[in-house]
Design a protein around this ligand. Sequence first.
Ligand SMILES: O=C(O)CCC(=O)C(=O)O
Ligand SMILES: [Fe+2]
Length: 615
Amino acid sequence: MRRLHEKTGEEKTSQFMILFGGQKLLDTRSKDITECKWQYIYMCVSSPAKLAGNDYIRYMESSETQLDLVQNGSGYDIEKEIKAFDESKAGVKGLVDSGIVKIPPFFVVPENVVSSQPTPAHLQIPVIDLKDIRDDPVRHEKVIEEIRSALEIWGFFQVVNHGVSEDITEGMIEGVKGFHEEKNEIKREYYTRDVKKKVTYTSNTLIHKTKAADWKDTLYFRMAPDSPRPEELPVVCRETTIKYSAYIRGLGDTLLKLVSEALGLNPNYLIEFGCARGFKIMCHYYPPCPEPNRTLGSKPHTDPDFLTILMQDHIGGLQVFYQNQWINVPPIPGAFVINAGDLLQLISNGKFKSVEHRVLANHNGPRISVASFFAIYDRICGPIKELLSDENPPLYKEVPLMEYIAQYMWKEQDGGMTTLDRFRLYAPIYTILFLSFQPNHEAFDESKSGVKGLVDARIIKTPPFFVVPEREVSCQPSPAHFHIPAIDLKGIHEDGVRRREIVEQMCNASETWGFFQVVNHGISKNVMEGMVEGVKGFHEEKNQISENRVLANHIGPKTSVASFFAIYDWICAPLKELISYENPLCKEVPLKDYIIQYRWKERDGGISTLDRFRL
Ligand SMILES: O=C(O)CCC(=O)C(=O)O
Ligand SMILES: [Fe+2]
């Protein structure tokens, strides 16, 4: 790849580095960038020596990336634009107030990201009613069961009758709106990216590192440990925030007790563990967006905490990733949305799920939401010992939470891997396949342990080189009236009429389907089952793979035995007896050529190997 830098005219060197947690993992001088699509790649646009600060731009897989814009020579200077945006200290709201009708390129996400597919009506995160749980032991038990099931399946639920009055919640929404709609002179006092500050107002904390900025501004409070002095909070929302914070900490305690019990632990377990020691509030303001299909309010993420209590206004847009699709979380007046964060997934050993969620941008708005996070990062923690057993071995390492949060902050979640995934205990092959520079067939090959080896390594995601385009795995049930023919071979050796009948059936099946099944073929069930057992035994003893199209399945393993009849040491063509005017000739095919093509060329574009030998 040789290109000239549009500003300096220097040759752009195609050198790029891959950094993990600030550590250089790879510095290549030869690979084309298209080869390295799915990992984090920091690429030096002009010269590698400048690989620092704002002189580098992240290259990510997408249709229109920041880098593309620079390289296409469009004259668009992304760094300058971001700098100007940042210096305005007026956030996304400032852009909207200025009357823009197109969103700036650094907010644009790839086209396929914002899907407008309606979410299936029957899929809804559970709504749990907390009424009477203190006084009524039966209700209490029921709620614990509901929470357990919600966190295992969805990682999300909503709560109603939680004891926080509408005065408090609506007051908080008004206060947050009030702040974001203050004059710029007042807001800009709080505008900073300094993560050590207890009270900040900012838009897109990591704007220089993300591939696309979020269409939102955020007012942030770190309330515990060591809360800010009241006078540090903006006047317009000071009182409401202090009140709201006290109520949410109370609700947090209640929920952490219920979650402890849902894990089968004593009610105080998670509070004594320290889950509620750290408490933060993020007050988001999503301004109306002129092009909501080209950006997101919040990009997909999991939360870096134990538990999140979210209040959203009536606009909607929050979506949860469930069964490979984005499911809307409809606003319910007065309800809170509760979700497990990565730290709960970690300490529950994966029992409770920290699920990806995102927020759509919207023509309507502003949308206001207030997310309260319970988390601490000043200790090392792993799966809770009481939850582990021989059947439930630890899935995660002991994680220094500081290291976790540093990775969470500085690396965008991508490649199908969350920050927490990086702390899983995997067999080495998994680490090679996912964390290495590119999908690594060689590593897979060298493992000599096949697909089964991956499953035994407890993979939770399919390595990229197994992934086929979505449309290829159709989930359409095959119509019940379509069956490949089953042919009964009983009597084939005895009776001339019966034999002709069978041949007729085979002819029909071969013409119409190319496939048929046979029964009563004379091979006993014992022999067949013995073979299946033997094959299963082999695959489960050591390692190996086979082919044809077989759907992958949650249930398994599936064993099958295919026997082939073939020779390749002669030249062959259609039988002369079958050739007629209507059924003309194919080429003479040297079967050696055929089999070489069959082995080395992937069938493609709907053309099979044999098609290539047609006249
Ligand atoms: O605004 C929302 O609904 C979600 C916000 C969120 O996910 C977060 O702050 O982590
Ligand atoms: Fe979140």
